[in-house]
Design a protein around this ligand. Sequence first.
Ligand code: SF4
Length: 466
Amino acid sequence: MSVSVFDLFKIGIGPSSSHTVGPMIAARQFACHLQAGAGLAAVHAITVELFGSLSATGVGHGTDKAVLLGLAGHEPDRIDPDQIEPAIAAIRASRTLCLLGERTVPFVEKDHLLFRRKSLPLHPNGLSFHAFDALGAEITQRDYYSVGGGFVIDAAGERVLNQAASAQADSAGHAQGLPHPFRTGAELLAQCQATGLSPAQVMASNEEHWRSAAEVRRQLMAIWRTMAGAVQRGCASTGHLPGPLQVRRRAAELHRNLKAQPEAALRDPLSMLDWVNLYAMAVNEENAAGGRVVTAPTNGAAGVIPAVLHYYVNFLPGADDDGIATFLLTAGAIGIIYKENASLSGAEVGCQGEVGVACSMAAGALAAVMGGTPEQIENAAEIGMEHNLGMTCDPVGGLVQIPCIERNAMGAIKAINAARMALRGDGQHVVSLDKVIKTMMQTGADMKVKYKETSRGGLAVNVVEC
Ligand code: SF4
């Protein structure tokens, strides 16, 4: 196991981890490759090809802008979301792009950013970058794949890291010598049984292989604060989301209504559902608007885990920072099993791999902070996926809005129910987490391409765009 909880929870920008965050990292990596190789001074033109799902829904997901920003040297965890539109407007107005802020080359999107319907061999989300010299001869060419959740690999299948993650990996020896390695649910349970540790403690121990306990805690709290910030901004932002659908932002109005509701309404035992819906919708509206969110484990599914974590903080007695850390570490442990054995990419396995995985992670994490045993936690995570099997990805207009925003609310509620169901049992169950993950992957492989983030099937073709 070489994936850290901070690989799964990454502070970034919306609207998509695979179509925005990943391509930005890939584009910046290509510019750095040029800088380290022939040197930026030798470069007189760049072309970028987007393949498969990146071509089909890339514009709606902001891939075009992400590529320009990455070539210019920006990183998803550092760029100020408010600076994105001015930076893009400047590139478009000048018809030039400044590579890593050092070398200006002509860049006209219709000539230099090319959309290809076919896919590259390794994954549906492929990008190909080309650099040319003054005579128009190709200096170098590189392919990258944005494989979901902001993870990027090159043509050799090697992982490409952004600057911050790269520095961490270099200083820490990323994959070597973890005290409690695990790749599967069974291995995680075996680690817990052998050591008496909880899944969160297993994760914490592994994380401390890479960084100090204080640093693990600091970064976990930074993740939590960013999630809470996304909820707050979502609850305060009105108007319409970007794009031709003109989807109205609803979280702010719902927030006002919930705060103003009469005392009697609070006696409705299900009124907490309204709040969980609110938290998820607020985050996903913020994501759809290109704002600051935590990839968890993807941007399309960025609302599920914050919503369930807010439920823990705001509705369960005794919630505290230790519980928040336990929640995030447990969710991370479950997410790693999906990353190692299946996929976090809607373009590869449909929305099972996004909202489905987030639901599973949140279910296990909530079971943990509600006192569940490792077996109950594994059971909750399994239930969270079992009832998302087969879920397609068919974003209307290629935008991460419909069905994505409401789908996160549904995923959060489902996660809460999965945790409660597991906690009412003894952890013994027929379908293991590993079996349901295997089933998810097989179901995704059998799913028609039109239901995998291409906007060529499902809701995407049955809803007329305005
Ligand atoms: S439908 Fe699901 S997988 Fe597809 S873009 Fe929306 S959230 Fe992501």
